[in-house]
Design a binder for this molecule. Structure first.
Ligand SMILES: C[S@@+](CC[C@H](N)C(=O)[O-])C[C@H]1O[C@@H](n2cnc3c(N)ncnc32)[C@H](O)[C@@H]1O
Length: 423
């Protein structure tokens, strides 16, 4: 193991987003037979190499043989520093990614860590009872090493990989490459595909059993609207943005990534909302997963709580029941599943949109596939909104790429783009 390789890994595993992207690379390698055991096996083998090269921890040294000099060397040796950098890295990724943490411990790290914990404890005992001049600094360092190792070491972990390849793949987020690569976004080794416009989406894995659960999974209109936004950032940059009926949050997160990458000063402005509490929790996770916590937040918005006659323009937040200011842009994808949704969504747009200059951009599938969409335009006009519609297929074929991979897609489905304005 080289320090460079360790530094690269520290960089590639520095956040939930980086960890997921790296895991996706390794999962692909593992399924194509290029990497045995994937990322966890590789990390554990690095731990094992670093452990073996820390000479003072190996061999048959009994506690009685250890001297203060040996301990001194232990604490100053650069191979020990590498060992502890790896342990820090493992502790960090285990905390940020539960699945990977469980895999690492079950892949064999526990046996190595146990030996390390035992040896450091011996050193501490010898050091504390030594008649040599003790150094507080050295003792503190040993204690820090012990704490770090114990953080990762679990005496109860069974051996054997906990998940099959298929289970691992199911646990990885979906990857949407929605736009051109951002300069500097991709690693030079060709492995780490972090385009600035790559968006990672975790779906809710609980089984779908009712209409209230439709936001657990991805729908095609979200992909269309996100792609359109990334090609037309001028419609949202610098503006306050609200996504309604967000489901997994792809559209709002795409908007937030645009904000994060722009030099625009007005950053904290994408509010991503839904009505379902599990869906809202999942959106919060997806915000973290995409490194957009600085420019996006999650809130509750129920279409059916909005009045549709709020002249001053305010929408009601569903957790606090406080009135919130209207926004310059509303985004919505596939939000209508029944006629009453069309009525309530039109009222919501009316209440939450800034008059004249504000715009709502809505994409929905046709009435053959979604109940209630046929009255959406009429309901918007009834509350005082102006609507123009365009068939998505006439806008650009690119907008429809990947749509077929979503749960809500059906062959032959037409999608419509609605641009809505409050007079
Ligand atoms: C078909 S899904 C579409 C999700 C997402 N926009 C997409 O395109 O992937 C409809 C979304 O509307 C949300 N929803 C349903 N009723 C709602 C209501 N009364 N108020 C707000 N959101 C609602 C659902 O929870 C779900 O997330």
């Amino acid at each position: 193991m080289t320090t460079d390789k360790l530094a690269t890994l520290e960089d590639h595993l520095s956040s939930p987003r980086q960890i997921s992207l790296t895991r996706i690379d390794y999962a692909a390698k593992r399924s194509s037979g290029k990497a045995d055991g994937g990322l966890p096996a590789m990390l554990v083998s690095m731990l094992s190499d670093a452990h073996n090269s820390s000479i003072h921890l190996d061999g048959d040294n009994t506690p009685a043989d250890a001297t203060i000099n040996v301990i001194n060397e232990f604490c100053s040796d650069s191979s020990i520093d590498n060992l502890f950098r790896i342990i820090s890295l493992l502790a960090k990724v285990s905390q940020l990614d539960n699945t990977l943490g469980e895999e690492i411990s079950r892949a064999g790290s526990q046996a190595i860590l146990k030996r390390l914990v035992d040896r450091i404890k011996e050193y501490i005992t010898i050091y504390e009872t030594s008649t040599n001049e003790p150094s507080e600094e050295l003792l503190d360092k040993l204690m820090d090493y012990l704490d770090l190792t114990c953080e990762l070491y679990s005496p109860t972990q069974a051996r054997g990989m906990p998940f099959t390849n298929e289970e691992i793949e199911r646990r990885l987020p979906l990857v949407y490459n929605l736009g051109p690569a951002v300069p500097g976004g991709e690693g030079g080794d060709g492995e780490h595909h972090d385009h600035g416009t790559t968006i990672l989406i975790s779906q809710v894995t609980v089984r779908q059993s009712s209409q209230g659960d439709v936001g657990y999974v991805m729908w095609p209109s979200a992909i269309v609207l996100s792609r359109w936004l990334l090609s037309n950032p001028q419609h949202i940059l610098g503006k306050s943005v609200l996504e309604i009926g967000a489901g997994c949050g792809l559209v709002g997160i795409a908007a937030a990534r645009l904000f994060a990458q722009s030099n625009c000063e007005k950053k904290k402005c994408v509010t991503i909302t839904d009505v379902n509490d599990l869906v809202i929790d999942n959106i919060a996770k997806n915000i973290v997963l995409n490194d957009v916590s600085e420019v996006a937040c999650v809130a509750k918005l129920d279409f059916y709580e909005q009045t549709g006659n709020n002249e001053s323009g305010k929408w009601i937040e569903g957790f606090t029941f406080e009135y919130r200011d209207p926004v310059e842009v509303i985004l919505a994808a596939d939000i209508i599943c029944q006629p009453s949704d069309a009525v309530a969504a039109a009222k919501t747009i009316y209440d939450a949109l800034v008059p004249t200059t504000g715009r709502a951009y809505v994409v929905c599938a046709d009435s053959e596939h979604r109940f209630g969409i046929e009255i959406f335009q009429e309901e918007c006009e009834r509350v005082g909104l102006e609507v123009t519609t365009t068939n998505v297929a006439d806008m650009s074929e690119d907008l429809l790429s990947d749509c077929h991979s979503t749960s809500g897609y059906v062959d032959g489905m037409n999608l419509t783009f609605y641009e809505v304005q409050k007079k």
